[in-house]
Every structure is written in C-alpha cells, then in structure tokens.
Design a protein around this ligand. Structure first.
Ligand code: ATP
Ligand code: MG
Length: 445
C-alpha cells in the first residue's frame, strides 16, 4: 500500500472523548470512527487488524477440529421464549418488531439458535462430538458503553458451541477450548490468564475467563505471580488427546487466579505472600460447560448407544475479537503510539522515503516495495511529499513493528536503515540485507 493513496485519517490532537490509551490511539491512528454510542465504523487500518485477529482465531479453531459457520444477527424471539431467556436477558437485549408486529431481536449470543439447528439435524450419538462456531457481530445494549471497542454495544465475537454425549466428553471439549484459546492469544502477542469466573446469564457450572493484565482493565483480579511465568510456546498438541489437554489445562489453572466475582480471600492467603498480586484485567474470552441446561429446555436429544434418547451435554466459548484490538494496544504501546506484535500488524514493514522526488531514493523505495510484495509481505510505503519528521511520527503512531528508512545520503554508501518500533534500535545495511532480515523475522513469526 502506498500512503499517498491510503485512507488513513490520522488525528493530530488527542480526542477529548477517549479516556484510555487504546481508544485514544485507535482514533488518532484513523482505525475507527464512532457512529453512535458504542457503535463504530472500521476504517481500512482498523479493519485490517480486525481481519488479522479473525484469521488467527479461525486458524486455531481449525487446528482444534471446530467447524466455522454463520448464523443471522437478527433472530426471532420464539426460541428465546422456549429457553426462558427472553425475559431473563433484560435490558441488554435489543428488541425489535418487524412489520408484522413479530418480536425479533439482535443476537447478544446464540445458544438458542445453535441448539435449534442441532435438534433439527442431529439425532444419533454417532454424530457426536460436534463443535460449531461462528465469528459474527453481536449487540448488547450496554448501560455504559465506553473505552471504544473495548465495551461497545455492537461488537465482533467468536462464539462456539460443543455438543457431546457425556459429561466427560463435554469436559474434554472444555479443556480443548482452554488449550486452543491459550495458543490463540499467544499468537497475538498477548498473555491471557485463565481465571475461575462466574457464569452470569449464560448459566452453568464450570467457567473460566481469560484476562489480559492492564491498568485500565475493568475487572479486579487476584493471582499468584507464578501464573505469569507460564507460556504456551510452540508445543505440539493433539486435540483429540484427552490426557494431554487435561494436563495442559491443569498446568494453567491450578495456581490461584480469580476475578473479584469468585475471589476467595482465605484461599488467596495460602499463596506465599511475595507472590500474591492484585491487579486489573481485560476479559478477552470465556469458556463454559453448562451440561444439559439448554438441551433440556429445548429438547435437544440424541439416540444413545442403548437406543434411548439422551439430552446432550453442551458448552459455549467466546472470544472478544473486536475487544482484542483494544486489549493488544493496552498491552503494547508507548508515548508515541501503538507497537503492533508481529502476529497482528496491519502491514509487515513501513518504508519511509526521506526525499520523495529524488530519483535514486524513489527507485530504491520502489524496488524494496516490489521485493517485499513478491515475498508475500505487505509493505506500507510513505511516498508522500512530507517532512521526514512528520513521516516518522505517523509511522510511530500506527505502530508497524519494522521500518526501513531510505535517503540519498545513505544510498551514497549503499545502505538503508532498519528500525525496530519496539526498541527504537536502528541498523544500517544494504537494501538486500534489509529485505532478507524482515523476511526472516516473519518466517519465524
Ligand atoms: P463483560 O463481563 O466484559 O461484559 P461478558 O462476560 O458479558 O463480558 P461473554 O458473554 O463472556 O461476555 O462474551 C465473550 C467475550 O466477548 C468476552 O470475553 C469479551 O471479550 C467480549 N465482549 C463481551 N461484551 C463485550 C462488549 N460490550 N464489547 C466488546 N466486547 C465484548
Ligand atoms: Mg464473559
């Protein structure tokens, strides 16, 4: 992409309405525009990162054997009356009437719809286990939409649902999701800690939330500092392996880590004092096992091995895809702007031409641009006739992890400069070396 043709409405001033850094930076970097309270348009730069995050979620779901599908955003109230949640859900549900005066709603979650699909098409235990998911817009009429995409009213969410014959099988699905989520967040450059949580209106017994530590987080969290030493790394996982998933799940959930809703002071005090931490966190996902709650209410049964009908065991699992943009920025920024982790960066490398119009500098930039593109990487080339200072400020604000600076003086010695956004460190090298270095970095990412 060439900056001269890009739609990147960068703001010079800090927008007054933004109370936290991620909201401020997303507005300043021209990623989103508010359309009404808690509802945003995703401008090209924001949309690009949203899709990168979505891609990672899809890839990791595929590895776990879960199937993507898509359900409508507008649903009939009938199914929700069947489960009893139409009245229970309260004011967060956006209720709509169609022209025939029928009660409709904008989906806040989709347990009812997926259970209806399941009961219409699955009748035998032989079709289990089954895990389906979607990434779809949700609407919750939040009392206090705030912090930009972190607490929107319209937001993008991955919601998955497992159907199993027995409680044991459903608990394996639970563990499998926990493992798969750990890996998903790590690929985004995030440490998300699973914490025992409260189930809220979804209902159920077993539930963990995934929290990213950040001062601006809305939840108060209590944990054993040893949990922050745990990393998932690049372990090989066989998602069908019940014992492997169980042991990884235990590795990540046995140390004390809870939100204020489930916090137990006496248990917490058993953690050695020097490891006890109280902090704030952003919830980026949650997994639930709720047994036969919906299958009983909605009569979702299969024929068991003995020929008798049994209600299926279910769970649901959510990732806040749009909220993740905010969470990543909260975890990775400095006073100049965003610092994208390599896994989600909108463009792999920025090219800054210090002297647009200089024949040699222009040619060197063009050739870098072509080589990156040919290597399957996406460069963002600042080809505007602007002062170098302004170009650097924009690059720092939008936060690409790597920048190549090209100018006539360097080119006289045959070199350009490669700069890391994170450390600020610059190294001179030939253009060919710079291309090779950046290719290497992303081959490992
Ligand atoms: P919260 O407690 O933050 O209101 P929740 O527990 O009601 O969230 P879930 O039903 O668990 O939300 O939804 C799954 C994920 O969707 C959450 O972990 C969160 O990351 C995301 N999410 C929920 N509500 C919002 C919102 N209003 N704006 C953006 N993302 C949201
Ligand atoms: Mg939740």
């Amino acid at each position: 992409m060439r900056m001269s043709r890009y739609f990147l409405p960068v703001l010079k001033e800090d927008p007054a309405e933004a109370a936290i850094v991620s909201h401020r930076l997303m507005l300043r970097a021209g990623m989103i525009k508010q359309s009404s309270a808690g509802i945003y348009s995703w401008l090209p730069m924001g949309y690009k990162v949203l899709r990168k995050i979505e891609d990672i979620v899809h890839e990791e779901q595929a590895k776990a054997g879960h199937m993507p599908m898509l359900m409508p955003t507008i649903q009939s109230a009938d199914l929700w009356r069947e489960s009893g949640r139409y009245d229970d859900y309260g004011e967060e549900m956006l209720r709509i009437k169609d022209r025939h005066d029928r009660d409709m709603l904008f989906t806040p979650t989709a347990e009812e719809l997926i259970t209806d699909i399941f009961r219409s098409h699955v009748s035998s235990y032989k079709d289990l286990p089954l895990t389906l998911y979607q990434i779809q817009w949700k609407f919750r009429d939040e009392r206090r939409p705030r912090f930009g995409v972190m607490r929107g009213r319209e937001f993008y969410m991955k919601d998955g649902y497992n159907f199993d014959l027995t409680k044991e099988d459903a608990l394996h699905a639970y563990n499998r999701h926990l493992v798969s989520y750990l890996r998903t967040y790590e690929r985004m450059g995030l440490q998300a800690i699973p914490m025992r949580a409260d189930s809220g209106p979804i209902g159920g017994d077993d539930t963990h939330e995934f929290l990213v530590l950040a001062e601006t987080g809305e939840s108060e969290v209590f944990y054993d500092s040893a949990v922050t030493d745990l990393t998932f790394g690049d372990r090989e996982i066989d998602f069908d392996d019940v014992d492997q998933c169980q042991s990884i799940m235990e590795e990540f959930t046995t140390k004390y880590a809870r939100t204020d809703e489930t916090h137990d002071e006496a248990l917490f005090n058993e953690v050695p004092e020097e490891r006890r931490r109280t902090a704030r966190g952003i919830e980026v996902g949650q997994i639930f096992y709720f047994g036969t709650k919906y299958s009983d209410a909605m009569n979702a049964k299969v024929q068991g091995p003995d020929g008798k009908p049994v209600a299926v065991h279910m769970g649901s699992h959510g990732i806040g895809v749009s909220r993740l943009l905010g969470a990543i920025i909260e975890a990775s920024h400095d006073d100049k702007g965003i610092i994208w982790p390599e896994g989600v960066t909108p463009y792999h490398v920025g090219i800054v031409n210090l002297k647009q119009g200089d024949e040699e500098a222009d040619a060197a930039c063009e050739s870098l641009y072509k080589e990156f593109t040919a290597a399957g990487l996406e460069p963002l080339y600042d080809d505007r006739k602007e002062r170098a200072g302004g170009k650097f400020a924009t690059m720092d604000l939008i936060g690409l992890p790597w920048r190549i600076t090209v100018g006539p003086r360097g080119l006289k010695n045959g070199v350009v400069e490669l700069t890391s956004r994170k450390t600020g460190e610059s190294t001179e090298m030939t253009p060919a070396e710079a291309v090779a270095r950046v290719k290497d970095i992303y081959a490992g990412a």
